[in-house]
Design a protein around this ligand. Structure first.
Ligand SMILES: Nc1ncnc2c1ncn2[C@@H]1O[C@H](COP(=O)(O)OP(=O)(O)OP(=O)(O)O)[C@@H](O)[C@H]1O
Length: 225
């Protein structure tokens, strides 16, 4: 039986330059529901830039990004993002659980406290990444790997429809790396995952599709790896 999956994101003709240097040229990419899409390519190829355009953090020079839910175009989707470079200043006086709560800001009602259900979700996210004992620890006292786990929990806590991960295994030890990929596999049962990675062997195992970005985009057949 041919399974036709709903599209969730459509990137059409997207180009971007930094200081007149082309970084992305005429990118077309359709992301389907429950895809596990791996993005690979050389350093500086434009992978992070494309994620930031999909997230709406960076406007493209030309082209469009459209979002869909149940076959209808919608203005935005609930997306969770684990950035590659640690976007949080570790000198900032935040605890681990506060960082995770910040992943719920999009759904919090202004000046209202978090609900018991939201608190429960933060606890679940803490335990998912094995940081229960570190909930009240200031982020400045975390190791690189612990910080990465906290940021992963922040990306997951809102139960996003789309999870974008930029080289998530940076900093984490081998044991947590295995656990992390298990988490991604589990999440992918209900969530579309877009993952930037250089680990081609792992991607060949896990991804439903692989694209390579080096200014332009090319879909890779797994046999080419
Ligand atoms: N804010 C910026 N201003 C100017 N140039 C930038 C900026 N951000 C990225 N670039 C440049 O754009 C190019 C693409 O960067 P990007 O981070 O998207 O690549 P990448 O494929 O994610 O690379 P990597 O594998 O090294 O993470 C690089 O040459 C980079 O130096």
């Amino acid at each position: 039986m041919l399974l036709i999956r709903d599209k969730r994101i459509e990137v059409a003709g997207v180009s971007l330059q930094y200081d007149r240097t082309p970084v992305l040229e005429n990118i077309d990419l359709t992301v389907y529901d429950k895809d596990f899409l791996a993005i690979t390519g050389p350093n500086g190829g434009g992978k992070t830039t494309l994620l930031r355009i999909i997230l709406g953090l960076l406007p493209p020079l030309s082209g469009t990004v459209s979002f869909y839910r149940n076959g209808l175009e919608v203005p935005y989707l609930n997306m969770g993002y684990l950035p590659q470079k640690n976007a949080i200043d570790s000198r900032f006086p935040l605890t681990v659980s506060e960082v995770i709560f910040s992943g719920l800001m999009g759904e919090k009602r202004f000046l209202k406290p978090f609900t018991p259900e939201q608190r429960l979700r933060v606890e679940e996210a803490l335990s998912l990444v094995g940081l229960e004992r570190f909930a009240e620890r200031p982020i400045g006292k975390l190791s690189g790997g612990q910080m990465q786990r906290a940021l992963l929990a922040r990306a997951l806590v809102s139960r996003p429809e789309i999870l974008l991960l930029d080289e998530p295994s940076s900093y984490v030890d081998q044991e947590f790396e295995e656990r992390m990929y298990e988490i991604f596999r589990e999440i992918n049962k209900t969530t579309t995952v877009i993952l930037v990675s250089h680990e081609l062997n792992r991607m060949e195992e896990m991804a439903t599709r692989i694209v390579r970005i080096n200014r332009s985009i090319r879909e890779i057949n797994n046999r080419e790896l």
